[in-house]
Design a protein around this ligand. Structure first.
Ligand SMILES: Cc1c(C(=O)c2nccn2C)oc2cccc(OCCCNCc3cccnc3)c12
Length: 397
């Protein structure tokens, strides 16, 4: 396992971007400029589609981008855009954020590549490889040679593949927008009864995370992530950014929030935490509601999972913890709670009534050879794999 390309230095890398299509030009997006942030937001809002039948599109907010794209250590040159020379219109974008990856026992300085988006009218012009080559050039100039990215597309050799799963919180709305269907012989009231949740959480000591918790949360995160083979290592500043973000978020309406983290405090000690991020969908089908509120399971950890305790105790603890996460999300008006088969999720997905989605997320390492890592599903049957579970600890947005 290790780097594939021969070792190079930044001096070996061209100073100039590679050739760009005629009438278009490379730009570096300045996310701190309101109008440039809005142009990125608009491009992805109109041209970034995640689901196959294109009936949903991500409803990005500027707050989501501030959180997702400006973590501690962000670099301006890693926000690459392509504009129309004549009009200045932004027609393509790709971004990278510096990360310290651990692949099994190796620490790999890298970048996470995300939000590759090309205007619909510029598709199939082979622009994606050109964007990837340009951001690679800029990253190599900073003496970083590896990258992590995810995609629904199957490209040469994913290091792992996980399955989408969904836990309905507002089944009525999911049915109305055409995301959930009514199984034959089952009534709507039976579906509502299946997904009903209590309004109060049940874990004693559960409360919202505050920045003062960061030291204990980071310590718990680091110890718990030792369970996995593909992991992001965070500094204290990073864990605060990813799990708490900022005080200003607290003044936002629940469904305008971006990241929600709860901790369990017992006798002054933090024994567990869970988090989820919020990224709504615009519904493109002609339904009355135009927005679907979606929560995505993010990082979690429990003292129960440290040491070599058997999975039975951890499964019980996670069912209780993530069961509370569902309740918190529902009380914040989320309509569906999404999770992958990564981390230790297979220990609770079934009991908490997550249904298997029909999409998969492939994890790729750029310029790094690694043996395959379990994705929490059986590669033949695509069913949950409760024996091997998953070695994927990283949650890519
Ligand atoms: C996307 C997504 C969906 C849906 O498409 C979906 N849920 C309800 C209705 N729909 C159509 O369901 C999931 C389940 C697990 C993980 C997921 O995504 C994992 C993260 C994938 N990247 C999302 C992302 C993040 C940042 C920028 N763009 C996209 C998803």
């Amino acid at each position: 396992e290790g780097p594939i390309d021969s070792l190079k230095t930044p001096a070996d890398i061209p100073d100039e971007p590679s050739a760009m299509l005629k009438d278009f030009e490379w730009v570096t997006i300045d996310l701190e400029k309101e109008d440039e942030m809005n142009q990125v937001h608009q491009l992805l809002h109109d041209h970034y589609v995640e689901d196959q039948d294109a009936s949903f599109r991500f409803a990005y907010t500027a707050n989501f981008f501030k959180w997702a794209l400006q973590p501690p250590g962000w670099k301006k040159e890693y926000y690459v855009g392509v504009r129309v020379k004549a009009t200045g219109k932004l027609v393509a974008f790709i971004s990278g954020i510096p990360s310290l990856l651990r692949v099994r026992e190796n620490k790999v300085p890298s970048v996470e590549i995300n939000f590759l988006c090309i205007h619909k009218k510029l598709r199939s012009k082979r622009l994606a490889p050109v964007l990837i080559r340009e951001i690679t050039r800029r990253v190599n100039k900073n003496d970083v040679w590896q990258a992590l990215f995810t995609s629904g597309a199957v490209l040469p050799t994913p290091v792992s593949t996980c399955r989408y799963t969904h836990r309905p919180l507002n089944w009525e709305k999911l049915y109305e927008v055409g995301f959930s269907s009514l199984p034959a012989g089952v009534s709507k009231s039976q579906m509502l009864a299946k997904y009903v949740l209590p309004s109060a959480t049940k874990t004693p000591g559960l409360r919202k995370m505050v920045p003062e918790d960061a030291d204990q949360v980071l310590d718990l995160y680091e110890k718990f992530q030792k369970r996995y083979d593909l992991v992001l290592e965070f500094t204290k500043e990073e864990i605060i950014h990813w799990l708490y973000w900022s005080d200003e978020q607290n003044s936002l309406e629940d469904q305008d929030k971006v990241i929600v983290t709860y901790v369990v405090e017992e006798d002054g000690k933090i024994t567990d935490f869970f988090s989820f991020y919020i990224l709504p969908f615009t519904t493109l089908t002609n339904s009355e509601t135009d927005q679907l509120n979606v929560a995505y399971l993010f990082y979690y950890a429990s003292k129960v999972g440290l040491g070599d305790s058997d999975d039975t105790k951890l499964a019980k603890r996670l069912n209780s913890l993530i069961g509370d996460a569902l309740i918190v999300a529902k009380n914040m008006k989320m309509d569906v709670f999404n999770a992958l088969t990564s981390q230790d999720n297979v220990l609770f997905l079934k009991d908490l009534k997550f249904g298997n989605g029909d999409a998969f997320l492939n994890f790729y390492l750029f310029n790094y050879k690694a043996f395959p890592i379990n994705g929490g599903m059986d590669n033949e049957t695509k069913e949950l794999d409760l024996v091997n579970k998953s070695g994927v600890g990283v949650v890519m947005l």
